[in-house]
Design a protein around this ligand. Structure first.
Ligand code: HEM
Ligand code: HEM
Length: 189
């Protein structure tokens, strides 16, 4: 099981990053939507703290993933894929990377502008991005956090739809090689 991606498929590290970050983001989105509905109780404060710690973890993982991804090449697309589909896939992937970076950053920004504490899993304090309460940027940062989240949801519908379409209609390797990696007998398609 190669660590690095090859022409035939994604390497083990990139696949691990993909699925770990995907699972964390889905859990984080559900947690975010649920926690803002909670009544003002000590449990709400704890859930907010958890959301912020998981969010900062996602930010760290995304930065590591991007650094790793920049060091390797992507697998070849299926030969039958028309140029517009390659372009659309690249565009959606780039947008997904930007969103999974911008969403936690905007959460951190909102938290900073609210002058709320941010202690990563109770272990250490994370510095403020705004240097204290900022009544102008606070609502803007929240709007960015909420809006980008829904843009992500919309793109994920397209992304997951495309993955399933490749698997069930095109019957190619695109989903398979992101789940289990390159097939041993393939040197690219
Ligand atoms: C990928 C990471 C993240 C995702 C997917 C995410 C998602 C969400 C969602 C869906 C909401 C509910 C929005 C609403 O309906 O009002 C929310 C709220 C919130 N998020 Fe995040 N978030 C992420 C990272 C972060 C980070 C890193 C922080 C802070 C360090 C943060 C701080 C907050 C706060 C404070 C709220 C509550 C806003 C309010 O009071 O209305 N989030 N987040
Ligand atoms: C929060 C959830 C997700 C995010 C943020 C996400 C993001 C991404 C990104 C950025 C890439 C491009 C990889 C690169 O070029 O380095 C990618 C590839 C891929 N994703 Fe996701 N993904 C998510 C969930 C899913 C799910 C649920 C599926 C399947 C049902 C899926 C299937 C795939 C496949 C098959 C590829 C490889 C595409 C190719 O080889 O061209 N993803 N994903």
């Amino acid at each position: 099981m190669p660590l690095r991606s090859t022409e035939a498929g994604w390497g083990a590290l990139l696949r691990a990053f993909h699925w770990l970050i995907a699972a964390l983001i889905i859990a984080q989105g559900i947690l975010g939507l649920a926690m803002v509905q909670m009544g003002l109780t000590p449990a709400k404060v704890r859930v907010f703290a958890l959301h912020k710690s998981i969010g900062m973890t996602i930010l760290g993982l995304v930065l590591l993933r991007i650094a790793w991804r920049l060091s390797e090449r992507r697998p070849l697309d299926p030969a039958a894929m028309p140029p517009w589909q390659r372009l659309a896939a690249r565009g959606v992937h780039l947008a997904l990377y930007l969103l999974i970076l911008a969403i936690p950053l905007s959460g951190w920004w909102f938290n900073s502008a609210s002058n709320a504490p941010l202690v990563w899993f109770g272990l250490f304090g994370v510095p403020s991005l705004t240097g204290g309460y900022d009544p102008v940027w606070k609502p803007r940062a929240l709007l960015v956090h909420q809006t980008l989240f829904w843009v992500l949801v919309a793109l994920l519908v397209a992304h997951v739809g495309a993955a399933l379409w490749h698997h069930f209609r095109q019957r190619d390797d695109v989903l398979h090689r992101m789940v289990v990696g390159p097939r041993a007998d393939k040197g690219g398609e």
